[in-house]
Design a protein around this ligand. Structure first.
Ligand code: TRP
Length: 347
């Protein structure tokens, strides 16, 4: 079978630096490692509709944006298949069969779903489609026989759900599906990058994101306005680095080479942190350094994006070709599933 990756994103907005360190950067490394036989990156429009069914235009517009973000970060159509979820209707069919293997109570216990229900104010009128999206996510993963799913920490309950469904399926119908494993970034700071305002999550509605497509001036303004340790009032005050968004971003983005280049008074991040904790190091200096690090990281991504933006037809072609490959792979799995379930009448 070989090693297969599947992961994806909801097309509800442009991707930001949280997506980058949380998953995108890792995906490109995995793609280029040569350790995987197939890689599928899915634009999860059908899943995005489960909480945006009343804004289909928003989902549609963001398909191209997410594809641009993928490719500008280095996802390469020669090595990976990028595709659109809703076009692969086999995924919906698999979802229907998997729904028999999950109880309502189990879905309601999913912590990510719980949190999202609260966030979206669904309360007691949860659309069924929304509640069952973990099942559809299981279909996404298993359709490609993916064994590795690079995701952020918030997706772990989805993976647990998928593993349960796979085990149940294999138990009932015979060994057919592959049990997937989540792959988290190994740098803990990358698991959950806070918003620039210090809030736990970057979100478009909170206006606390740095987008991959941001212009240099926007990045600078956002970094210089970042929340830091609120008790670090004077330069001479000792400051907290833990839970301080500026240092959390440095943890996620910075390497020693940046010090040699932009802040040679310090050898590495530990030294910078130690000075901040002692007192005598101002926020502006640290922010300027972070700005330099982010500018250098995002500059090539933005440049590639600008090139690709000139030819949206090419990007859509990449998606169409990726979707064809994905569709063929999912059809193969669906045939196996139907065979296992004894519903392959005319085979
Ligand atoms: N739920 C994921 C997100 O919110 C997107 C997604 C859909 C996904 N299907 C998936 C991720 C399958 C991994 C595997 O970003």
């Amino acid at each position: 079978m070989g090693k297969i990756i599947l992961t994806g994103d909801r097309p509800t907005g442009r991707l930001h630096v949280g997506h980058y360190v949380g998953s995108l950067r890792n995906r490109v490394l995995l793609q280029n490692s040569g350790k995987f036989d197939k890689l599928f990156f899915m634009i999860a429009d059908a899943q995005a509709l489960t909480d945006n069914f009343d804004h289909p235009e928003k989902v549609r517009e963001n398909i191209l944006q997410v594809a641009l973000d993928y490719m500008s970060c280095g996802i390469d159509p020669a090595k990976s298949h990028m595709f659109i979820q809703s076009v692969v209707s086999e995924l919906t069919e698999l979802t229907f069969y998997y729904m028999n293997l999950v109880t309502l109570a189990r879905l309601e216990r999913n912590p990510t779903v719980k949190a999202e229900i609260q966030l979206r104010g669904f309360n007691h009128s949860i659309p069924m489609g929304f509640l069952t999206y973990p099942v559809s996510q299981t279909a996404d993963i298993t359709a490609f026989m993916a064994d590795t799913v690079p995701v952020g920490e918030d997706q772990l309950p989805m993976l647990e759900q998928a593993r349960e469904i796979v085990r149940r399926f294999n138990e009932l119908y015979g060994e057919t599906l592959v049990e997937p494993t989540a792959l988290l970034p190994d740098n803990a700071a990358c698991l959950r990058l806070p918003g620039t305002d210090g809030k736990a999550k970057m979100s478009k509605s909170l206006g606390n994101c740095i987008y991959l497509a941001d212009e240099p001036e926007d990045i600078r303004t956002k970094v210089m306005g970042m929340f830091t340790d609120p008790n670090h009032l004077q330069v001479s005050d000792p400051g907290q680095t833990e839970g301080n968004p500026v240092f959390m971003y440095l943890d996620a983005f910075c390497s020693d080479e940046y010090f040699a280049k932009y802040l040679p008074d310090y050898a590495n991040l530990d030294e910078l942190k130690a000075h901040y904790r002692r007192g005598g190091l101002g926020d502006v200096k640290v922010k300027k350094f972070l700005n330099n690090v982010l500018q250098e990281t995002l500059e090539p991504i933005r440049a590639r994006r600008k090139e690709l933006e000139k030819d949206p037809g090419y990007v859509m072609d990449v998606l169409r070709q990726g979707t064809e490959v994905a569709q063929a792979a999912a059809a193969e799995t669906l045939a196996k599933v139907k065979h296992a379930m004894k519903i392959d009448y005319f085979a």
